[in-house]
Design a protein around this ligand. Structure first.
Ligand SMILES: Nc1ncnc2c1ncn2[C@@H]1O[C@H](COP(=O)(O)OP(=O)(O)OP(=O)(O)O)[C@@H](O)[C@H]1O
Length: 231
């Protein structure tokens, strides 16, 4: 039987603003199987980023549980959570978040260095090749196009060999063609290294590249299409 790598149970995140309560997530049961490539789609303010942050242990829920790889994130203290995140989860954000003073190779290996684990140079070389970044290894981020910068951010997310990659609008700043290229590469690299991907998008065309689309509206999952078989 396939294992669930992500499992949220009755997940709620409420924000209090004065006398109002914003129900960013309002009872979300969300399951992801290992090696699935899932797109979460929904309008602005529907709760997509909040859900991704909860799965990534970047923020804690008001109620409910989040399990990642069978571990209950709510049972971990801050330090345990930080280590768990560094070793198991790769993040890709819309604005790349590259360190401007470090070149491409240094950006990619930074999280591994910070974790104090030896860099697997052959693995990084392979990622660079798969993401068509071999010739940019020494380049500084400000000399790269948006698509190239996003590929570096993906390489960085993959370099620590996380089981799961969480991507928040990874193609949001790219033109359509670059967005599709970047997504295609993310998909093939994730498949090659047997990684699970959960990505947020506004874009139906991008979502169509996934195994399964989950629709979120007003903090609730309203529809999930497809099956777990993968493509
Ligand atoms: N730190 C916060 N404090 C108060 N309200 C917040 C906070 N973070 C998010 N919210 C609210 O929670 C709701 C869900 O926000 P979220 O960022 O998850 O939506 P989203 O679907 O990712 O939107 P977008 O596509 O615009 O990024 C929104 O109404 C938002 O205003």
């Amino acid at each position: 039987m396939e294992t669930e790598i992500v499992n949220t149970q009755a997940l709620k995140k409420y924000y209090k603003l004065g006398n109002n309560t914003v129900k960013a997530l309002d009872g979300v049961d969300f399951k992801v199987k290992e090696r699935e490539f899932i797109a979460i789609i929904g309008k602005s303010g529907s709760g997509k980023s909040t859900l991704l942050h909860m799965i990534g242990g970047l923020d804690s829920p008001t109620a409910g549980k989040v399990f990642v790889g069978g571990r209950d994130l709510g049972e971990m203290d801050r330090e345990q959570l930080a280590i768990f995140r560094r070793r198991n989860i790769g993040f890709v954000f819309q604005n790349y978040n590259l360190v401007p003073d470090l070149n491409v190779y240094e950006n990619i290996t930074l999280p591994v260095e910070l974790d104090g684990t030896p860099v697997d140079r052959e693995f990084v070389d392979e990622i660079l090749r798969l993401l068509n970044l071999e010739e940019k290894r020494e380049a500084m981020p400000n000399t790269l196009s948006g698509g190239q910068q996003q590929r570096v951010a993906i390489a960085r997310a993959i370099a620590s060999k996380p089981a799961i990659i969480l991507a928040d609008e990874p193609t949001g700043n790219l033109d359509t063609a670059s967005g599709h290229d970047v997504l295609g590469l993310l998909r093939s690299v994730a498949r090659q290294f047997q990684q699970t991907v959960v990505l947020i998008t506004h874009d139906q065309d991008i979502a169509q590249l996934s195994d399964r689309i989950v629709h979120i509206e007003d903090g609730r999952i309203v529809r999930g299409s497809g099956n777990y078989a993968g493509k």
